[in-house]
Unconditional design. Sequence first.
Length: 102
Amino acid sequence: MKQAVILVGGKQYVATEGETLRVDLLPEGTKELETDALLVIDGDKTAVGTPTVKGVKVKAKVVEPEVKGDKVRVIRYHSKKRVHKENGHRQRYSEIKIEKIA
């Protein structure tokens, strides 16, 4: 089983072939994604890049261009002042499927 650490949108993800990942929202109209690998694990062999592993590309296909995450409630409260404020936030993600680590 091949695994790779990839960099998408400034964040690092561990990717396995055939796996679906939720990454930060990609620009509109993105259908495919090709990125370099920072680290590759293939069975007992491990290759660490400086900063990327030469000759290794990770290809992914965008499954869902926009998915909303769970709602996070943020509460600001001041005791003894009868002041409170509640906000909600739902992060937007893109779902990608890792097709090939080559």
